[in-house]
Design a protein around this ligand. Structure first.
Ligand code: MN3
Length: 200
């Protein structure tokens, strides 16, 4: 069964002013669609056609570069749209809030570390907050890799992630990746992040 592009769970302009409408159109309709199309081409007529996206991502190290890049791209973006919300921002509550305080000292220190991971990623990639061995951790991955991949330097189950490819922010922020990362927090869907945390 072919992979398909999930619709955005909100309108293209719903994340304004933090992420602009044109960026969301290009990012979702062109970039994410491209990963889906190229993933379908890469698995067509092979055993990998019948595997789930998670199976492909977790075994990326033994699969083709095309599956690693486009399977990762499909997984990462599907995850990213869900972690953003027009009603996002604020702070997490409950178990996730407790775990953040325990791992990083405070919510603000966690944000600082996450932003540093995103700003420090040379070129294109992602910043992640995830769970490894029952504890929260922060890391970044290059290109469309993610921490679920067997080949990832930092392995964890993602709780939230931020796309720091230029295509995610350049129209509005140009070279100001740090400003984009700062505004990312206005959009974080902590309900979804808490679900990811509790399922990890
Ligand atoms: Mn992207």
């Amino acid at each position: 069964m072919a992979f398909t592009l999930p619709p955005l769970p909100y309108d293209y302009n719903a994340l304004e002013p933090n992420i602009d409408e044109q960026t969301m159109h290009i990012h979702h309709d062109k970039h994410h669609q491209g990963y889906v199309d190229n993933l379908n081409k890469a698995v067509a007529g092979t055993d990998n056609e019948n595997k789930t996206l998670e199976e492909l991502v977790k075994n990326a190290g033994s699969l083709s570069t095309a599956i690693r890049n486009n399977g990762g791209g499909h997984w990462n973006h599907s995850f990213f749209w869900e972690i953003l919300s027009p009603n996002g921002g604020g702070q997490p509550e409950g178990k996730l809030a407790d775990a953040i305080n325990e791992a990083f000292g405070s919510f603000d220190e966690m944000k600082e570390k996450f932003n540093a991971a995103g700003a420090g990623r040379f070129g294109s990639g992602w910043a992640w907050l995830g769970v490894a061995d029952g504890k929260l951790t922060i890391c970044s991955t290059p290109n469309q890799d993610n921490p679920l991949m067997d080949i990832a330097e930092c392995k964890c189950t993602p709780v939230l992630g931020c796309d720091v490819w230029e295509h995610a922010y350049y129209l509005k922020y140009q070279n100001r990746r740090a400003e984009y990362l700062k505004n990312f927090w206005n959009l974080v869907n902590w309900k979804k992040a808490s679900e990811n945390f509790e399922n990890a």
